[in-house]
Design a protein around this ligand. Sequence first.
Ligand SMILES: *[C@@H]1O[C@H](CO)[C@@H](O)[C@H](O)[C@H]1NC(C)=O
Ligand SMILES: *[C@@H]1O[C@H](CO)[C@@H](O)[C@H](O)[C@H]1NC(C)=O
Ligand SMILES: *[C@@H]1O[C@H](CO)[C@@H](O)[C@H](O)[C@H]1NC(C)=O
Length: 302
Amino acid sequence: MHHPLLVLLVPLGLLHLPSTLAWGTLGHRTVAYLASLYFTPGSTRFTNQLLHGQDISEAALFPDKIRYIPSFAYTKGWHYIDAQDDPPTTCGINITRDCALETGCVVSAIANHTERVSNASLPTWQRGQSLRFVLHFFGDVHQPLHTEAEDRGGNEYAVVFEGRATNLHSVWDTLIVNRHAGMGHEDEAIAAWTWAQRLAAAGRGGGGQNEDEDVCLRDAADCALEWAGEANAYVCSYVLARDVHGQDLAGEYYDGAVPIIDEMVYKAGRRLAAWINAIVEDVAFQDLERLDPEPLLQTQMK
Ligand SMILES: *[C@@H]1O[C@H](CO)[C@@H](O)[C@H](O)[C@H]1NC(C)=O
Ligand SMILES: *[C@@H]1O[C@H](CO)[C@@H](O)[C@H](O)[C@H]1NC(C)=O
Ligand SMILES: *[C@@H]1O[C@H](CO)[C@@H](O)[C@H](O)[C@H]1NC(C)=O
């Protein structure tokens, strides 16, 4: 269907494409940074190796940068699961109905790329690419409108934000997030790092590393489906709970959305950390050694 080597041939200039269809870049960066705060030393080493020392928040943006490149068209369907439910009356995901076999969905993509990250018989660059997908899709599966078919996940639902015409999907991906966590920082990575620190401090509650134990880890597709269901429930309870067509959502709607976004970004980051920690625990010691023959040198180079 596609040639794996193409990924190495994408000229960098092509990467500057619109990327408005997933948690905006700030949300994705924050999920990745937050996860990194909870990594075991082995996970830090493992991710640095597979990403060749690239900043983890930057690595999490890769899937949005490539999705409009024709040779990566096959990845588009992986960013969401289109629940054909009936909000706000009924919410719920049915994997058979909502995850098309030909295109895949965010649930099947998390399962596929989890397997590939762990698979020591794949070349390192392919595992690195799959890690970038995992970092990204943990964000997407926690965004309520990435788990909803209605109005194409809100893309065709016209609203206003701070006086400007937009759509509900962008409000959730980007506009609320940027206003909540992006203001006052010129550098988006710093804004994301600051927000991640804030969420970690608020959520720590004495749990620390042990919080890993509360995270679903039994089966990739099972857990991803459970998380998608949790995000999808917010579509009925808040996102589409009342008709907001044409309304400016920067007021009371924004106030109600912020705690949901904080919660889902926090959960995405914590779950991602537990996930990577579990993968690394399973990865054979030889595999880490093979990936990382000279860890000290690598760290200095970064
Ligand atoms: C899920 O969808 C499939 C295919 O449309 C259908 O056959 C099945 O009954 C549905 N399951 C539930 C629990 O609704
Ligand atoms: C799993 O990921 C690989 C690499 O991106 C892709 O070629 C393959 O089609 C994916 N498989 C499924 C079932 O999504
Ligand atoms: C690991 O990747 C190899 C090569 O693509 C494949 O044959 C094998 O089935 C994969 N392992 C698992 C557990 O999926």
